[in-house]
Design a protein around this ligand. Sequence first.
Ligand code: RB5
Length: 142
Amino acid sequence: MIAIGSDHGGYTLKRTLMDHFDTKGLAYKDFGTYSEESCDYPIYAKMVAHAVASGECERGILICGTGIGMSITANKIPGIRAALCGDCFSAEATRQHNDANILCIGARVVGEGLALMIADVFLDTPFSNDIRHKRRIAQIED
Ligand code: RB5
């Protein structure tokens, strides 16, 4: 199950991503926001981050205008490794190296087509399980 959330700045891209997941048959849970009315991104970042940290959802996707506010907020929740990605290389590498569990996207930064590709790569790429990456991830939590 994918946890997905956005603020008003990411609302339209969130809808596009959910349509994409529907087409692919991927299950997701939408934590809001549910309109383009101005709202506060930390509310949605925390809901998605807690859903992932608790194990309710395996991965999360958070979208705001830049993706920055979402990533700053989500990374304050223990167990969350949120990666702000604007390209497919980073999306692949952060899964392989960091075992990132939340993808953040800036809807005002990347186009719709690229955003869908970034999400696909993030969701399709497994963690490397490499010992050096496991050691470094453990050090994050120290
Ligand atoms: C909203 O205007 C904007 O500040 C928000 O979407 C995000 O970019 C914050 O980091």
